[in-house]
Design a protein around this ligand. Structure first.
Ligand code: PLP
Length: 378
């Protein structure tokens, strides 16, 4: 088959600012470990961007979730509520502490945790709720906060996919005891690999710094006496240099992703059988990925067929997450797999995401949408 276009990947990092300049500075000065100046500068800028007092840079979003949970004292015997439709890192981070993740299905429209189903999963062991702003769409944090307050639970926001997202005009990450971000290369802001914890609470901030660096004493760092088991989750100066350059242009990158989503919606508006995520009320969805659902009756083709057709035409896609209640690893760990997770199952069965790099051209999106529209009638 003749290839009409060059390969369009599902997501490329967009490094459009001072990334190279700052990384070269690290190399020129030799400051390549976590001790360099960019780590603190990146943390300060990131905390400010989120409207939070403190930030702690780490090696990944998973590590950020792990030290966030650890700093709250989550441990063996505890339960943490997470959505069933999410990336496995949420569940794994809970498991690392010895606690058990408990799953709640997501809303069929927003694809975020269904708040009306949270309370039925709360037990005497529940210590926290972890809402995930899925694909950049902020959760209904008012509802989550009401439940958390009533049952005296912590909230750990998973903002891995939601840099700069807003809910009632406030940034994602500022609604909870502590929140975690990822900077993996496909994220709205990236450091290649990396993560960040943000909080307004000095105690949690200190605990996170303590756990990040092998539980060295924060007061006497040069002593080799460790009261707890710690981790090496330190972000390097090289990564933070990229991160600082990214945060300097955070609103620009955010606008590009949001615009891409608008363009996808415009060109797919009249294609029957294709639907998008619905924005949470009073929120700004930062559209990390352009995910669509295929109604095979109306569209006339299955998701699998569409994925293959797009692949044949040099367009990359990804499947949506498999539900937590279907994960063998979590079953073996002792999580309850009982119950129905119909909306999660539907997303897994019918969903895929389309190329979503910040710097996609409108012509590329039009081309992808044209392929999707043409394939319906083939
Ligand atoms: C919702 C969610 N949480 C956590 C993570 C983990 O982040 P990382 O890959 O940086 O460990 C991801 C990563 O894609 C994610 O999408």
């Amino acid at each position: 088959m003749k290839k009409i276009k060059d390969f369009i990947p599902v997501c490329n990092a967009y490094l459009d600012g001072n990334e190279k300049k700052y990384v070269l500075d690290c190399l020129d000065t030799g400051w390549i470990s976590s001790a360099g100046k960019y780590v603190k500068e990146f943390e300060n800028r990131f905390a400010e961007y989120c409207g939070c007092k403190y930030a702690v840079a780490v090696t990944s979003g998973t590590a950020a979730l792990h030290i966030a949970l650890s700093s709250l004292g989550i441990k063996k015997g505890d339960e943490v509520i997470i959505p069933s439709f999410t990336m496995i890192a949420c569940a794994f981070a809970v498991c690392y502490t010895g606690a058990k993740p408990v799953f709640v299905d997501v809303d069929k429209d927003t694809w975020n945790i269904d708040c009306s189903k949270i309370e039925s999963k709360i037990t005497s062991k529940t210590k926290a709720i972890m809402p995930v702003h899925i694909f950049g769409n902020p959760c209904d944090m008012k509802a989550v906060m009401k439940i958390a307050k009533k049952h005296k639970l912590h909230i750990i926001e998973d903002c891995a996919e939601a840099h700069g997202a807003e809910y009632y005009g406030k940034k994602a990450g500022s609604f909870s005891s502590i929140a975690a971000f990822s900077f993996f290369a496909n994220k709205n802001l990236t450091t290649g690999e990396g993560g960040m914890v943000v909080t307004n609470n000095k105690k949690y901030y200190d605990r996170c710094r303590y756990f990040r660096n092998m539980c060295y004493s924060l007061d006497k760092p040069r002593t080799y006496e460790h009261d707890d088991i710690g981790f090496n989750y330190r972000m390097t100066n090289l990564q933070a240099a990229v991160g600082l350059a990214q945060i300097e242009k955070a609103d620009f990158y955010r606008t590009l992703r949001i615009n891409n989503n608008k363009i996808y919606r415009k060109y797919l508006k009249n294609v029957e059988g294709i639907s998008f995520q619905k924005d949470e009320k009073n929120s700004l969805n930062v559209c990390w990925m352009n995910a669509i659902l295929i109604d095979k009756e109306k569209y006339g083709k299955t998701k699998k067929e569409l994925v293959q057709y797009l692949k044949d035409n040099n367009v990359d896609t990804r499947l949506l997450f498999t539900g937590m209640h279907k994960q063998k690893s979590l079953k073996n760990y002792g999580c309850s797999m009982l119950g129905k997770y119909e909306n999660t199952d539907k997303l897994t069965a019918d969903g895929l995401y389309l190329p979503s790099s910040a710097n996609l051209k409108e012509s590329e999106i039009r081309h992808i949408c044209g392929l999707i529209a043409d394939f319906k009638d083939k």
